[in-house]
Design a protein around this ligand. Structure first.
Ligand code: AMP
Length: 222
C-alpha cells in the first residue's frame, strides 16, 4: 500500500522535522533520507568528504547544490528507495529543487509536508535538543533517553549537535528564511503542499500529519 509514497518534509530547524520524518517513514515503510544525518555520519567516520562537510555544518552554512545533488542521486539509486522515500532536509534551495525535478521527472515527490512552528519556539527547542550519534534518534533535555544519554533504540551515545550553538542556529534560520521558505510556494502552486501546525506534543503533531497525508494520498488505513 505504501508503494509510491514519495514525501518531502519541510520545517525550519527545531520544528520537529527529524522526529516526525522518522515516524512518517516508519509508518509508510519507506527509507528516511536525511541529508543532515548522512553528512553527520560521513563526518563521524572521518572521510575527506565528511570532514569538508563538517566545516560547512559547524558554520551553519549550506553545502553547494551540485555536491548535494550528487549525494541525493546516489542515495535514491539504492534498492530500498526504488518504490518510495521520504526526504528530510532536501531540497533546501531553488537550485536543489530544480535539480531534483530534472533528475526524477514524473517519479518526483507526490506531497510536501510543511511543519509550521514560529521562530521563537524553535530557538527554545534547539537549545534543549540532543541527538543519537549512531541512528539519529532525537531526544531533548526534557525527554531524555531512559539511561544516562544512551540511545533507547540502538545504544549509541546521545549528545548535543556541534551546530546547535546559538550563532550557527541564527545562521541556519536565516538560510532557511531566505533559501528554503520560498520553495514552499513552488509546491503550493502545484497543489502538493500540506501545511501542518507543528506546535504541540510530538504525538499530537504526528496525528495531524498522518491524517492529512493519508487523506491526500488516498490511504485508508495502514
Ligand atoms: P540538518 O540536520 O537538516 O539541519 O542539516 C545540518 C547541516 O547539514 C545544514 O546546516 C547544512 O550545513 C548541511 N545540509 C544538510 N542538508 C543540506 C542540503 N540539502 N543542502 C546543503 N546543505 C545541507
Amino acid at each position: 500500500m505504501s508503494d509510491g509514497v514519495r514525501l518531502i518534509v519541510f520545517g525550519r530547524q527545531g520544528a520537529g522535522k527529524g522526529t516526525q520524518a522518522f515516524r512518517l517513514a516508519e509508518r509508510y515503510g519507506v527509507p528516511h533520507i536525511s541529508t543532515g544525518d548522512m553528512l553527520r555520519a560521513a563526518a563521524a567516520v572521518g572521510t575527506e568528504f565528511g570532514l569538508q562537510a563538517k566545516t560547512f555544518m559547524d558554520a551553519g552554512q549550506l553545502l553547494p547544490d551540485d555536491v548535494m545533488l550528487g549525494v541525493i542521486e546516489d542515495r535514491l539509486a539504492q534498492a530500498d528507495a526504488a518504490t518510495g522515500w521520504l526526504l528530510d532536509g532536501f531540497p533546501r534551495t531553488p537550485g536543489q529543487a530544480e535539480g531534483l525535478n530534472s533528475m526524477l521527472g514524473e517519479n518526483g515527490p507526490n506531497l510536501a509536508v510543511n511543519l509550521d512552528v514560529p521562530e521563537t519556539v524553535v530557538i527554545d527547542r534547539i537549545s534543549g535538543r540532543r541527538v543519537c550519534t549512531s541512528c539519529g534518534a532525537i531526544y531533548s533535555v526534557s525527554t531524555p533517553p531512559q539511561s544516562d544519554w544512551t540511545c533507547d533504540k540502538c545504544g549509541g551515545s546521545v549528545v548535543q549537535r556541534d551546530d546547535d550553538t546559538e550563532d550557527a542556529v541564527r545562521k541556519r534560520l536565516a538560510a532557511y528564511n531566505s533559501q528554503t521558505a520560498p520553495l514552499l510556494e513552488w509546491f503550493e502552486e502545484r497543489q502538493m503542499l500540506v501545511n501542518i501546525d507543528g506546535v504541540g506534543l510530538p504525538d499530537e503533531v504526528a496525528d495531524r500529519i498522518t491524517s492529512a497525508v493519508d487523506s491526500r494520498l488516498g490511504i485508508a488505513e495502514i
